[in-house]
Write a protein that binds this ligand. Structure first.
Ligand SMILES: C[S@@+](CC[C@H](N)C(=O)[O-])C[C@H]1O[C@@H](n2cnc3c(N)ncnc32)[C@H](O)[C@@H]1O
Length: 261
């Protein structure tokens, strides 16, 4: 089966080499399915063309050197332009109060936002000793509040915690290997945490993270979400990205996801 879709700017050629591939009972059904996929892909290219016009150049991107225990500056941990994402995610996970799990303390900006809501308890997972020292100072701002630090990689400690009303996920790839696995080969960075996020949410609880898909979620991303969660909502968050952004992102919007158990 061959399909060609042409526009002024590009041409999409599809050749399906196996007759059994996408093989519903009737030819008409196969045509409908394949045509929809090509239409969707072409529309995506047109949307990407528009979005590319708003990109900033950013810095040259180097390999991720191991930062598991690195002593990092504020901006190396998280650049300020990400703060609106933290606000949107905190709103999602703390909307109903209750017990909150946060992955990645970083600068403690999101932790402050979580504490600004009426939450019953707040568990934070963090692997970096220098960041944990920042946490020890930060915790002094909240005497009497039920806040706990779980030290170590979340992959090693997640089974030690219970169920939560909200789960806030904001870690980053710790080294080049994690970058390749969780960013390059994955539909979205947070996907490697989906099974554990779902496992540690109470029914009706909310999980939040951000995705750099700019203006929507891809179909594959949605499929992966719906394997673990009953429904989801998204918010397009507007960002002020500096021209020389150090982080590996260049567009002026990102998507914050609320996935509901
Ligand atoms: C981008 S920062 C979080 C910023 C934070 N949301 C804030 O508002 O300041 C990511 C944090 O996740 C931590 N982290 C990364 N991978 C981790 C892992 N596998 N387990 C635990 N912590 C991790 C890093 O050490 C870092 O402190």
């Amino acid at each position: 089966m061959k399909r060609i879709r042409r526009s002024k700017e590009f041409e999409v050629n599809l050749t399906i080499t196996d007759d059994k591939f996408i093989n519903p009972p009737r030819d008409m059904q196969r045509n409908t399915m394949v045509n929809r996929a090509i239409k969707e892909f072409s529309a995506d290219l047109v949307a990407l063309d528009t979005q590319a016009k708003n990109f900033v150049p950013g810095e040259t991107v180097n390999e991720v050197t191991d930062r598991t225990q690195a002593e990092l500056s504020d901006q190396q941990i998280m650049e300020d332009w990400q703060i609106p994402l933290m606000q949107a995610m905190a709103r999602v996970v703390c909307g109903k109060g209750g017990d909150i799990l946060e992955l990645g303390f970083g600068r403690g900006i999101a932790s402050d936002m979580i504490q600004s809501y009426d939450v019953s308890s707040h568990v934070i997972m963090e692997c970096n000793e220098a960041v944990i020292e920042r946490y020890n100072v930060w915790k002094g701002k909240y005497p009497g509040k039920d806040i706990q630090m779980v030290k170590g990689l979340w992959q090693d400690t997640i089974d030690d915690v219970g169920l939560f009303d909200g789960v806030f996920f904001h870690t980053y790839p710790l080294n080049q290997e994690e970058y390749m696995k969780y960013v390059n080969e994955s539909i979205t960075f947070a996907a490697h945490f989906f099974p554990d996020a779902a496992k540690h949410l109470k029914p009706g609880g909310s999980f939040s993270y951000f995705s750099n898909e700019i203006d929507s979620l891809s179909r594959e991303h949605q499929r992966q979400l719906l394997k673990h969660f009953s429904s989801f909502q998204i918010e397009k968050v507007t960002l002020e990205i500096p021209e020389d952004v150090h982080d590996m992102w260049w567009s002026d919007t990102m998507i914050v996801v609320k996935a509901i158990k």
